[in-house]
Ligand binder design. Structure first.
Ligand SMILES: C[S@@+](CC[C@H](N)C(=O)[O-])C[C@H]1O[C@@H](n2cnc3c(N)ncnc32)[C@H](O)[C@@H]1O
Length: 242
């Protein structure tokens, strides 16, 4: 299992070196707006509904697998008491740089989201988890840890890819016409199809929503973001610790 996570860490570090889209940090304008009470956390062309975060000021927030200098600095500018944990040093470096430049107090921790032992039971009011559960083979382990480190009635917000991202392959026929075809059974693991070293898991909605319910959460918010490509469908779930 450790070799999976060290491979993911290397893959992410390589993407940071190549400036992948999702390694972009918060802009000056976004940071300024968050300071002025107009916090916005974007998610594939939409934003997390602000009523989900309306009382964030002064709250203890964990950005789970959430480094990259985006969510953590914005939440800190909005007045939250922020910790961020991530497996990638290169992503964490970005938070460190912005925290220093903007004089923000952010607890920056390297670690695996499957093991949150560096945090205490009931330590957080909120956990915000940007898209990252696709790098973990067993998401229930993460939900159990989230449940442990959240206070009672604490909120977990996860962002994740819908399984359709993994079910289809793009096929080009002999006339050069392209179309999507459902070819992969879920759950999906890239290691079954690809020997490039890329590791990604396509989890089922049962694993996501059923997993949250089984691990001690109520689900009280759900939103989808459809991108132009029909297989690029993402979702956002708000869950509360029972
Ligand atoms: C797509 S990025 C999300 C963060 C980015 N700020 C965003 O909003 O898109 C996925 C993040 O998950 C982290 N990650 C992947 N697997 C992890 C694990 N097992 N434990 C902690 N972090 C992990 C990666 O290092 C990366 O920073």
């Amino acid at each position: 299992m450790d070799s999976i996570f060290s491979r993911v860490e290397k893959n992410v570090d390589d993407l940071v070196r190549n400036n992948a889209d999702w390694t972009a940090c918060a802009t000056y304008e976004q940071l300024r707006d968050a300071r002025e009470g107009k916090l916005r956390l974007d998610f594939y062309g939409k934003s997390i509904p602000m009523e989900w975060l309306s009382d964030i000021k002064g709250k203890r927030v964990l950005c789970l697998a959430g480094a990259g200098g985006l969510q953590a600095p914005l939440l800190a500018c909005a007045g939250a008491d922020v910790s961020v944990i991530d497996i990638s040093d290169k992503m964490l470096e970005k938070d460190r740089e912005i925290a220093k430049r903007e004089k923000l107090k952010i607890r920056i921790a390297k670690g695996n989201m499957c093991n949150l032992s560096q945090f205490c039971d009931g330590e957080f009011d909120y956990i915000i988890n940007p898209p990252s559960l696709m790098y973990v083979p067993e998401i229930k382990v993460v939900f159990q840890e989230c449940c442990r480190v959240l206070k009672q009635y604490g909120t977990l917000i996860i962002m994740a890819p819908n399984p359709i991202n993994y079910v289809c392959d793009y096929i080009t026929d002999e006339k050069g016409n392209g179309y999507y075809k459902a070819v992969h059974k879920m759950p999906f693991c890239s290691l079954d199809y690809d020997d490039s070293g890329w590791i990604e898991y396509g989890h089922t909605m049962e694993e996501y929503l059923g997993g949250l319910l089984e691990c001690g959460f109520w689900i009280n918010g759900y939103m989808e973001c459809q991108m132009e490509d029909i297989t690029e469908l993402y979702f956002l779930v708000r869950a509360v610790k029972r």
